[in-house]
Ligand binder design. Structure first.
Ligand code: FMN
Length: 339
C-alpha cells in the first residue's frame, strides 16, 4: 500500500534516475536490523537456497545494495551483468516505462564497474542468501574473442560468487545472441566448465555455472541447447532474458522503441520456454524461470511450468517490494506439476 502511494511521484522521474533512487534506498535499508530469511530452503545446483524467489540480473548490476535487497526476503540475488573491464553502456535515454503494459524497455548495454570491483564489493556482503554473478563480454570485444572475456569474468568473481550465470541473451550488445548458436555455445560453455573445475579443485568448493537464454529462440535451437546442457553437465538454465518482439497492442505505449522488453508482455513467452525446457531436460535438471512475474499466482504458475526457482525484476518496479514476500509465500511448498 505504501509503494502504491509513492509510485506516482517515482514515475514522474526519468526511469534510470528513479532506479538509482530505489537502489540508494535499498542500500540504506541494508544498514537497518533485519529479519532472518524464512525457512523454506531448497537444495539446487549443489547450493542451499533459503527460498525459491530471486532478484533477476540487472537490478543491482554492481552489487551496491545486496544487503538491503536481501532483507526484502529474496532467497537469492543475481548481480551483474559484469564485464572484464568497466564500461559506460549505451547513450541515454536507454530505459523506458510502458505503464499501460506493466513493462519496461531497456537498451542499457551492460553499464558496470567491471568484474573485479563488483567482486571486491561482494566480498564485504552480510546477506546470508545465495548470490549469483551474471557475466558477459565488453561491448568492444569482438564476438570471436568472447570466450576470453567470460573466462576473465569467471576468474575475477569466482571467490565471491555462489553461482555464475553466463549471459548470452541480452539484446543490447551487438552479436551477443549469436552465442546461442551451438557451434559457438558449446566451446564457450566447455571452456567455462573446464576453468570452473580447476578453480573448484583449488577452492574445494563447487561453483555452479548456469546459462541465461533468450525467449526468442525457435524450438529446434532450444532443443540443441538442451542437448548441449545435458551432454556437458551444465548446472542450470535461466529462462529468460528480455524479448525483442513487440505486441501490436503496445504501439501506443512506446512499444516501438528498440531494446529488450520485460514485464507482463513477456510472461507467456518465458512460461512457454520454461515448460518446453522442462520437457526437453527431464525432471531433475535445474531451471530458473524469469519473465513477467508480477503476482504470486504467476510465480506459482512459473513453478508449475517447471521452474525450480523464480526470479523477478520488472514486477518490483510496478508492484514494489511487497511483491517479494507475496511470491516467497506462494512458492513455499509448491511442487512441479508433471506434464
Ligand atoms: C533495466 C533492466 C536491466 C537488465 N539488465 C540485465 C543484465 O544486465 N543482465 C541480464 O542477464 N539480464 C538483465 N535484465 C533482464 C532481467 O534479468 C530479466 O531476465 C528480464 O527483465 C525478465 O524478467 P522481468 O519481466 O521480471 O523483468 C535486465 C532487465 C531490465 C528491465
Amino acid at each position: 500500500m505504501a509503494y502504491a502511494a509513492f509510485r506516482p511521484a517515482l514515475f514522474t522521474l526519468d526511469p534510470e534516475r528513479a532506479h538509482k533512487l530505489a537502489l540508494d534506498a535499498a542500500r540504506l535499508y541494508g544498514y537497518l536490523p533485519g529479519r532472518p530469511l524464512g525457512s523454506s530452503a531448497v537444495n539446487l545446483m549443489g547450493l542451499r537456497f533459503p527460498n525459491r524467489l530471486g532478484l533477476a540480473a540487472g537490478f543491482d548490476k554492481n552489487a551496491e545494495a545486496v544487503d538491503g535487497l536481501g532483507k526484502l526476503g529474496f532467497g537469492f540475488i543475481e548481480v551483474g551483468t559484469v564485464t572484464p573491464r568497466p564500461q559506460p553502456g549505451q547513450s541515454r535515454p536507454r530505459l523506458f516505462r510502458l505503464p499501460k503494459s506493466g513493462a519496461l524497455i531497456n537498451r542499457l548495454g551492460f553499464p558496470n564497474h567491471g568484474a573485479k570491483a563488483v567482486a571486491r564489493r561482494l566480498s564485504r556482503r552480510r546477506y546470508s542468501g545465495i548470490v549469483g554473478v551474471n557475466i558477459g563480454k565488453n561491448a568492444d570485444t569482438p564476438i570471436d574473442g568472447a570466450v576470453d572475456d567470460y573466462i576473465l569474468c569467471l576468474r575475477a568473481v569466482c571467490e565471491t560468487a555462489d553461482y555464475i550465470a553466463v549471459n548470452v541473451s541480452s539484446p543490447n550488445t551487438a552479436s551477443l545472441r549469436d552465442l546461442h548458436q551451438p557451434e559457438r555455445l558449446e566451446p564457450l560453455l566447455t571452456a567455462l566448465l573446464n576453468e570452473r573445475d580447476a578453480i573448484s579443485r583449488e577452492f574445494r568448493r563447487h561453483i555452479p555455472v548456469a546459462l541465461k537464454i533468450s525467449p526468442d529462440l525457435d524450438f529446434d535451437l532450444l532443443k540443441e541447447i538442451a542437448s548441449i546442457a545435458l551432454r556437458i553437465s551444465l548446472d542450470g538454465i535461466i529462462a529468460t532474458n528480455t524479448t525483442v518482439h513487440r505486441d501490436r497492442s503496445m504501439s501506443a505505449d512506446a512499444g516501438s522503441r528498440g531494446g529488450g522488453l520485460s514485464g507482463a508482455p513477456l510472461y507467456q513467452l518465458s512460461l512457454k520456454t520454461v515448460a518446453t525446457l522442462r520437457r526437453l531436460l527431464g525432471p531433475a535438471f535445474p531451471i530458473i524461470g524469469v519473465g513477467g512475474v508480477d503476482s504470486p499466482g504467476k510465480a506459482s504458475a512459473m513453478r508449475s511450468a517447471g521452474a525450480d526457482l523464480v526470479q523477478i525484476f520488472t514486477g518490483m518496479v510496478y508492484r514494489g517490494p511487497a511483491l517479494v514476500a507475496e511470491c516467497v509465500r506462494a512458492l513455499r511448498g509448491t511442487n512441479v506439476v508433471a506434464e
